[in-house]
Structures are given as C-alpha cells and as structure tokens.
Design a binder for this molecule. Structure first.
Ligand code: CP
Ligand code: NVA
Length: 330
C-alpha cells in the first residue's frame, strides 16, 4: 500500500528514525528516485521555507517540481479534492500540498489509495480503479490547519544534531497549541522526549490531542505558567500567536498571549545549554524577543536549513517505500 505522510505519526518510531538518518546523509549521495519524473506542489496558503526546501529536495532526487498556487488548483471550487489528486497523479510521482482544511488531504489520500495504478506511466485506462498493483503516488502534508509534520522532521533533526539521542531530553513549547505544536508533541513522544506546554487558558491542547500523544507513550505536561514550562528544559520552542487564516483574531490573541514571549528573563530559567527553536516566520517582540531569536542560543537558521535535508530524507524514504511495495516492478 502507498504510504502517505499527513502527520508525523503516519510513521512508526523506527521509520521516523530511518527518515532522520536519511536526512543526515549528504545531498550528493541521494538516490535519483525522481529522475525524469514530476512532483506536484500545491499551496492554498503562502510559503517561503516549505516551498523552497521541497523544490530543492525534489531536485536533489533528480525530479522536476511543479508549483501550483491556490486559485489555480481550485480545490472543491473548480473541481473536487479527489479529482485534483487523481489528475495530478496522472503526471506526477509525488503530490505535496499545503491546505486550509486537513480533511482535504485525508480525502485526497483516500482517492489516491482507491485509484492505485493511476500513476504516471499507467497509460490508457489510468483513472479510478485502474490497474491495482502498480505503484501508487504518495501524498505529503506541507502544512494544514491540523499539522505541520515536515517542519517537525527538521526540528527533530536539529535537536538530534545538537544533543544526539533525544531520549530523556525535555522540550518546552510556549505559545499556541496549533498545527506545529500538534506535530511536535507527537514527534517528541516518538523519540522519548518529555514535552511541556505553556499556553493561556483557551489556547491549550484539547483532550483528543493529549490522548493521541498519550497513545504514543508521550510524557506531556500542560501549564499556564511559561516559567514552569521552561524550567531546566533543554530546548525551548515557539511559533506565531496568530497562524495563517486566523488574522481576524490577531488583536484578541495578542492580548491573550501577553506574558508568553520568549525573552531573556524567561530563558534564564532553562538549562544552561538550552537551545531556542522557532519554525519561522517570526514576529520579533511578540512570541519571541529579538535578543533571543538573534542571540547565541537560537538555532533557527540551522532549523530552516534542515527543512531541505529533512524533506530529502522523507522523500527518499517515502518514494523508496512506494517502489518496494508488493507488486511494483512486476
Ligand atoms: N516554517 C514554514 O513552514 O515556513 P513557510 O510557511 O514559509 O513555508
Ligand atoms: N502555525 C503557523 C506555522 C507557519 C509555518 C501557521 O499555520 O501559520
């Protein structure tokens, strides 16, 4: 069966380790899994890091990335999400998307699974129900309202580069329990990290999120006190208070998150060698002080660079999994 990557826990713990190990390999040694093949990258929201890192990762594997903007793709307006996925699978060996609604990716993955065999090169008759047994086309989440797993691969890679094995390390997240938070909480649990979250009332994770982390054996603590969250932590993470699509709430959110800025005073409570992470884009003076993000503890540029390496590792793994699926090459 084709593997898709809609959130980090679509991988098993050993598979996550494999992806991170592949991400640490030099780009020059990447296999040409996409040689002569296309990768569709569609975006319903803006992107700087994700678009560029994904395009470069596709290129490293010998492929040709095709960028498609939101209005052009017209998901569920011009045509259904299912038909968009089926169409892209006629030309491309990989589909990656940034969507407003996570459910769109779930529907696309189901359509691709139902249509196994409708991949590029499937020829006449490709389409719903065609040729079961031929390789399917993997779908990768480039950010949704629920999850940002490609970001978190880069975050975990960065922490591994700094600390080595992450088991027993403590990661403290200060801010909104949003898409990045959700994938990060899952990823931290999968690598045996303790995970603390400080969020104001009304912006904390919900019970379903906590249950999902608990199912992975995650050790998670929730507080409304940023100092309590960062105390002796090894890594401190934050993200914007207002995510894309929430712009109308920005005034309300700025008020609610007042006191949750990662500044030098807060950082003084962390472990002496603690690092600071931010997925970017950042708003200096809101969720993070300029002196912190531009200071010596900040690893945000290493993190941004790792978006490309993590994506190359993921694509190597997921395309390798597709080509070794039962029936492929028969
Ligand atoms: N961190 C991240 O996903 O950045 P972009 O929104 O610029 O892709
Ligand atoms: N939580 C942010 C992440 C941006 C990379 C957003 O969704 O806008």
């Amino acid at each position: 069966m084709t593997r898709h990557f809609l959130d980090i826990d679509d991988l098993s713990c050993p598979e996550l380790d494999e992806v991170l190990t592949l991400a640490a390999q030099p780009a020059e040694s990447a296999p040409a899994l996409l040689a002569g093949r296309g990768a569709a990258l569609f975006f319903e929201k803006p992107s700087l890091r994700t678009r560029n890192s994904t395009e470069m990762a596709v290129l490293a594997l010998g492929g040709h990335p095709v960028y498609i903007g939101g209005p052009e793709v017209g998901i569920d307006t011009r045509e259904s999400a299912e038909d968009v996925a089926r169409t892209l699978a006629c030309y491309h060996s990989l589909i990656c998307g940034r969507v407003l609604d996570h459910e769109v990716l779930v529907r696309m993955a189901a359509a691709l699974d139902g249509d196994a065999g409708a991949g590029p090169g499937a020829g006449a008759g490709a389409g719903p129900g065609a040729g079961a047994g031929a390789p399917g086309v993997p779908l990768v989440n480039l950010l949704s309202n629920r999850a940002h797993p490609c970001q978190v691969l880069a975050d975990l890679l960065t922490m591994r580069q700094v600390f080595g094995d992450l088991g027993g390390r403590t990661l403290a997240y200060v801010g909104d329990a949003n898409n990045v938070w959700r994938s990060l909480a899952l990823g931290a649990a999968m690598l045996g990290m303790s995970f603390r979250t400080a969020a104001p009332d009304g912006y904390a994770p919900d019970a379903d999120d906590l249950a999902r982390v608990a199912r992975l054996g995650g050790d998670i603590e929730i507080t409304t006190d940023p100092v309590e969250a960062v105390a002796d932590a090894d890594a401190i993470y934050t993200d914007v208070w207002t995510s894309m699509g929430q712009e109308e709430e920005s005034v309300l959110r700025r008020k609610a998150f007042s006191g949750f800025t990662i500044d030098d005073d807060l950082l003084a409570h962390a472990a002496p060698d603690a690092i600071v992470l931010h997925c970017l884009p950042a708003h200096r003076g809101e969720e993070i002080a300029a002196s912190v993000i531009d200071g010596p503890r900040s690893h945000v540029w290493q993190q941004a660079t790792n978006r490309m390496h993590a994506m190359r590792g993921l694509l190597t793994w997921i395309l390798g999994a597709a080509s070794s699926a039962p029936g492929v090459g028969a």
